[in-house]
Design a protein around this ligand. Structure first.
Ligand code: NAP
Length: 268
């Protein structure tokens, strides 16, 4: 074990949505580098399996908090539990998120309110709670997972795209505010990635996920991890995704919105 890895043993990373997909892949990368982990998601059984695997493989300590982040009390409960156990969070990874699919006039409000709570409110609330400790320590890192959806409106997933635009805007703004404090903020914007996400959003048949260029969660996590460690602000995995994110800036917004709809449509 290297000296750096040993030092990381004193540092804790809190990852939301660590029971699968990109969050699980990120957890493996932090564990490999010797960080202790706090893993949050709803599925306790999955989190326990991840914890057992990473403890055995990397000799780190892992705490599991099974919590539904669509509950407004969840961020405060997580923060208080860690305070009581004197666990200081050095890196906060706001990764948990999900989407709903369909015409806004027809989708269920309940799912969308829960999505806004998990994707935006919880992310903001956890950041608010853990940031003062990082600023006081003069060091810390925040990784927020947005999406390439953040760069344009998304018909058929209107609320999801808007929620990710919030994450991108919020992250870039506080990254600027925090300059000189020792705390950095990175926002990871993946394009279509092979995870449990598509199934939950019932969009496995959409052109977005049928097409080529769907990335592996492991690759996306590695790129995000590198960007976080290099203190980059906006990280877009994959050349195609980077080009698309740039292209929308020079294309009329109505046209961009039309194209986004085409991409979201199902091919049955
Ligand atoms: N996959 C893609 O194509 C893609 C593209 C761009 C951005 N993203 C973003 O990447 C992030 C990770 O998603 P993923 O693709 O890895 O999807 P995933 O495989 O479905 O993982 C989502 C994670 O979030 C957790 N989660 C969902 N709802 C939760 C809730 N109410 N409370 C607590 N935890 C919750 C899930 O755990 P439980 O189910 O156990 O609660 C799971 O660990 C999300 O923010 C997503 O928007 C994904």
């Amino acid at each position: 074990m290297s000296a750096t890895t040993n030092l990381n043993h004193q540092k804790t990373v809190l990852i939301t949505g660590a029971s699968g997909g990109i969050g699980y892949e990120l957890a493996k990368l932090f564990a490999r580098d010797g960080y202790n982990l706090v893993l949050v998601a709803r599925s306790r059984d999955k989190l326990d399996r991840v914890a057992d695997e990473l403890k055995a493989k990397f000799g780190i300590s892992v705490k599991v908090i099974a919590k539904d982040l669509s509950s407004s009390s969840a961020p405060g409960e997580i923060f208080n539990e860690l305070q009581q156990e004197s666990i200081k969070v050095y890196i906060l990874v706001n990764n948990a998120g999900f989407a709903t699919y369909g015409l806004f006039a027809e989708t269920e409000l309940k799912g969308e309110l829960q999505m806004m709570q998990v994707n935006m409110v919880c992310l903001t609330h956890l950041t608010k709670l853990f940031l003062p400790g990082m600023i006081e320590a003069g060091e810390g890192k925040i990784l927020n997972v947005a999406s390439t959806a953040a760069f344009q409106p998304g018909p058929l997933m209107a609320v999801y795209y808007a929620s990710k635009a919030y994450v991108l805007s919020f992250s870039e703004a506080i990254a600027n505010e925090l300059q000189g404090t020792g705390v950095t903020v990175t926002v990871l914007c993946p394009g279509a990635t092979e995870t449990g996400f598509q199934k939950r959003a019932d969009m496995e048949a959409s052109k977005l996920f049928k097409g080529r260029g769907v990335m592996e969660a492991e690759t996306v996590a590695k790129i995000g991890y590198r960007g976080l460690m290099n203190n980059e602000t906006v990280v877009i995995p994959g050349l195609k995704n980077q080009l698309l994110a740039q292209a929308v800036r020079f294309t009329p917004r109505k046209m961009v919105t039309k194209i986004a709809r085409k991409v979201q449509e199902r091919v049955d």
